[in-house]
Design a protein around this ligand. Structure first.
Ligand code: GRG
Length: 307
């Protein structure tokens, strides 16, 4: 190992937060470049284009990283154009969901990614339209590839984001549809609201890189468990983090009486469940052998994150 690599490893071991940032950085760099060229379609009015760019800025870029790392885990390359289109599209849909979730009719939040939310910055009507534009553009970015695989990617994304996925999870979370009580209802919300998009991010990366069924199944199962664990730890951080650390208003779950793992299980039991889900995520990668190591590392680091 070179002295530089050794130095990086030591630094990463000292701080899981820095190790996570270092793992995500190359993927984030790629997706920033791609958003630069794909985000705003020619002909978009400046006001809308500015709003789209404002909302897309910042964030960990976790989902695009999962897309790229999943492509790599099945023997493909994160550099491939279709993998990059998939990664950019997933992030656009994710950000649309954040913009709409922050609206007064939904979570009514004023802070996102450390800055005023879209409706605070641009007004409510424009925030709705920015979300609409991001959602639409995501499918445009996939369709412009015009291959049979890109049609599969679009179907995958639509399933995860729509009425059988994230929108269903959001409706359930807002008590707009009937749900079982306790943990079962909570699992439904988190599977749909959060894990469905993370699962799609992984499956789209693998599909774009030409994955066969077994590998596709492995990364999908990994990402579903990772998504559930991610949401669980997000709930715990909401109760303990500061606005500066989280980039959003902390303590909202308790304030609004939201159904969370913390409320249903208590902190200790919730953390144990999070660790169990993370272990299930790692186990799902067994068929990929050593190629799955980076995804496993990502799961471990997300478990340890403090913001
Ligand atoms: C409006 C259809 C619709 C859905 C909204 C995404 C969402 C559903 C709500 C946002 C609130 C929330 C707690 C969602 C769960 C997923 C989650 C933890 C989102 C934040 O993801 P990060 O931490 O955010 O990856 P960044 O900003 O880093 O991308």
């Amino acid at each position: 190992m070179s002295p530089k690599a050794a130095e990086n490893t030591t630094r990463a071991a000292d701080s899981p937060g820095e190790a996570l940032a270092a793992l995500l950085a190359p993927c984030a760099k790629r997706v920033e470049a791609d958003l630069e060229r794909w985000l705003v379609p020619a002909g978009a009015p400046d006001a809308l284009a500015d709003g789209m760019r404002y909302c897309m800025a910042g964030g960990k870029r976790l989902r695009p990283a999962i897309t790229m790392l999943s492509a790599r885990a099945i023997g493909g390359s994160a550099e491939e154009e279709l993998v990059r289109r998939a990664a950019a599209a997933v992030e656009m849909v994710h950000v649309y969901s954040l913009v709409h979730d922050d609206l007064p009719a939904m979570d009514d939040d004023a802070l996102r990614r450390g800055r005023p939310t879209a409706h605070v910055q641009f007004g409510e009507a424009m925030a709705i339209l920015i979300g609409d534009a991001l959602l639409t553009r995501a499918f445009g970015v996939l369709a412009e590839d015009a291959s049979a695989v890109s049609a599969r990617l679009a179907a995958e994304l639509a399933r995860a984001a729509g009425a059988e996925g994230m929108v269903a999870g959001q409706a359930a979370d807002m008590d707009l549809c009937t749900l079982p009580a306790g943990l079962e209802g909570l699992r439904y919300i988190h599977l749909h609201k959060t894990a469905a998009m993370i699962r799609a991010a992984a499956r789209m990366g693998a599909l774009a890189a030409g994955a066969k069924d077994e590998a596709l199944q492995a990364v999908g199962e990994y990402a579903e468990n990772l998504g559930l664990a991610f949401q669980l730890f997000d709930d715990l951080l909401d109760a303990t983090g500061t606005a500066r650390q989280l980039g959003k208003t902390p303590g909202k779950d308790a304030e609004t009486g939201k159904r969370t793992h913390l409320a249903v299980l208590g902190a200790g039991e919730a953390r144990r469940l999070g660790e169990k889900l993370t272990a299930a995520a790692r186990d799902a990668l067994r068929p990929l052998g050593p190629a799955g190591e980076t995804l496993k590392e990502l799961a471990n680091l997300l478990t340890q994150r403090t913001h």
